[in-house]
Structures are given as structure tokens and as C-alpha cells.
Write a protein that binds this ligand. Sequence first.
Ligand SMILES: *Cc1c(COP(=O)(O)O)cnc(C)c1O
Length: 401
Amino acid sequence: MSGAELRVHDDALRANTAWFAERTGGRLMAVLKADAFGHGAVARSVVEAGATSIGVTSVAEALAVRASTPDVPVLSWLNPVDADFETAVRAEIDLAVPSTEILDAVSRAAARAGRTARVHLHVDLGMSRDGAAPDSWAALCTAATLLERHGTVRVVGVMGHMSCADRPDDPQNARERLLFSNAVRTARRRGLRGFTTHLAATAATITGVGDGHDLHRIGAGLFGIDPSSTSDVLVPTLSLTAPVVVTRMVRAGAGIGYGHDHVVDRATNLALLPLGYADGLPRAASERAEVQVRGRRRRVVGRFSMDMIVVDTGDDRLHPGETVTVFGRGAEGEPTVADWARWAGTIEHEIVTGIGPRVTRTHCGAEPGHAPAADTRETDSDGDTDTATATATDRQEPARA
Ligand SMILES: *Cc1c(COP(=O)(O)O)cnc(C)c1O
């Protein structure tokens, strides 16, 4: 371990989850794919905060979630044809199905297990990605109807995913809503009954373009990310800090890092941090990124290395072991995940899912399995309440150590 620490602010996660639970009228599937967007074990927290089911991509992820939250429905939607569907069916994990090949594999696994598989038929609405192509949808529904009669599968859901929901005025949204309604009608015409329908993810839920269905699959929003940039109620859920390894003074003209991309133009102090692109700090942010130390923003200088970056701390000579904030909630002037995404020319999702295994993850703000203590509410030292945290729910800030 490098000494770097990724703190997951459980209170923020719960507040975001509670906001979506309210916004969706309780029809909230928490999407915890990619290790919960890099946050680790948070299934219990989101369920306690109002999520009624959990969605992930692979069967392996679904089984891990099942172990931590045994009584909560789990859906796994992206698996190769030879995935371990039998174990999934035995564990009563719902499986999304984008093709007749996968449907057949699930059906065979259910037959081996002597169970009925719960499946969600997935229709592609225009991304040309996951989900059945519109021209194969009717055949998929027919095949599922036949397997329902054999008792190996039961269709419990029909799902779609929108391509342009972060732009609510895009005419593609209306086309995809219509395609989805038609797909649902086709499923009924082919004899399927009693399934739920789900269309909206974070952007479609915030902007409302995916409303009108039984379930909302929310990932990014739980972690404070709004792809539509139209909402100001979500709060950041992560802080990344690292200890200074060594410091040194250099003269004007010193080159820093590979290729001497950066040459200092004055004598200055440098601090070395044990975090690099292998830990998820995007190399593309070289010469743009900043960190915060002793309450001030400082520039990261030179090309990012695999394992380390160098910070120009000006007249401040830091102490070895002193803590530097790489990103945080932004309430005290520190950079945010959104800042890092901008510096690297990417999206926040890629930053939060990219933090590597050398970084220790800690969960703070609530004991696992318990609501946050009422006395942890915090006011900023200058007396302002933190406006970024004002959400529909009355919630508490975790104590900042
Ligand atoms: C990732 C994903 C979601 C969640 O999307 P967010 O924008 O993160 O809320 C929902 N549905 C599917 C099929 C996904 O792959």
C-alpha cells in the first residue's frame, strides 16, 4: 500500500440515494457495477437509504452483492454466452438477455439447476450496443414465450437504455421512448405478461425523459455525478489523499520528470506523492492538475509517472508524511473529481472507476449497517452551512478527520 487513501463518504452516498428514491417514488435500482463505481462495498448503505434492488453487469459482481445483501433483488445484465448462469439461477439472480443465444444458455442452465430463471429482455433503442436489435426483438420475445411454457425461464422485466438522455431536448429521446413502448407492446402481443419495464438511468431520471416506467436504474447519480449537468442536489462521495514521501528545494532551471516537460522558472519547493497513472491519476492531466495542501491549491508539475507525481509547493516546504488532498468534496476549495475529469479531458465516471488497488479504501460517515449518528452534523469553520449538501433530505455530514 502506498499510503494513499480513498475515502468513501457514506453520508453523501446515502443522501444521493435518498434523493433518487424520492425522485423515483421508491422505484430505485442502485447500479453498483465496476465495484460500485470504484466505491467498494456499499450495497448495504444504498439499500438502507432507499434502493429496492441492485443492478450490476457480470454474474460475479451479482454474487458478491447477493452475499452482502441477501434479501435484495439483484440483476446482472452483461455476460458472455458461457457465463456461469447456473450458479446465478441457483442464487436467484435476475439475468438480462440481449439475444436468443444468451436466452438459450440461460434456459439450459435453469434446466440443469431444476429452477426457473428470472430474465429481463433487453432491447437496444439506438446505441447499437447491448440489447437486441429492433429487427430481432419479436423473435426474442417469441423464443422467451416458448421457454416460459417449458418452465425454464420467466420474463420478469423488459429493459432499454437511452443514448442521449443527458441532452433532454434531443429529438432522439422521443424516438427511443416510442421504440421502447413499441417493444413492450410487442412483448405483450407475443404472450409475455406481468413484467416490469425499465428505461431510465441517471440522466434520464434527472431530466425526466425516461419517466413513466416501473424502475429506474441509477448508477452515476448515487456517486454525485450528473451526466446532464442540470441538477445541483447531488454531492461528491469520494476524497483522495496521499502522504508526502519526500520534499526538496530546486533551483530555477531544474527539469522535472521524464522529458523535462516542466522546467521551473524560479527556486521552489517540490513534494513527491506516491500516486501515479497506475493508481488512476490520468496522465492526460499532466501540466494541468492541481492538488490542495495547507489550504492552498498547488500545481502538479511534470509528466505524470506510473507511481508518482510531483507538486510545486512554492515557498512552502512540506513535511514528509504531511497529507495532500488530490480531490475531495470541494467544500473547502480542494479540487473535485469533476476538476480532474476536466483536466484529463474525460468524464467523472472514468476518474472514480479508475482508482487502482494500491490505494486503500476507507468508508466513513457511518458504521456499516447503521444510520449516521445524529451528532455528526458539521458546520464549516466559518459558520456557513455547506450549501452543496442541501438536499431534499435532512442528512448529516461525516466528521472530517
Ligand atoms: C451503467 C448502466 C446504467 C446506469 O447508468 P448511470 O448513467 O450510471 O446511472 C443503467 N443501465 C445500464 C444498462 C447500464 O449499463
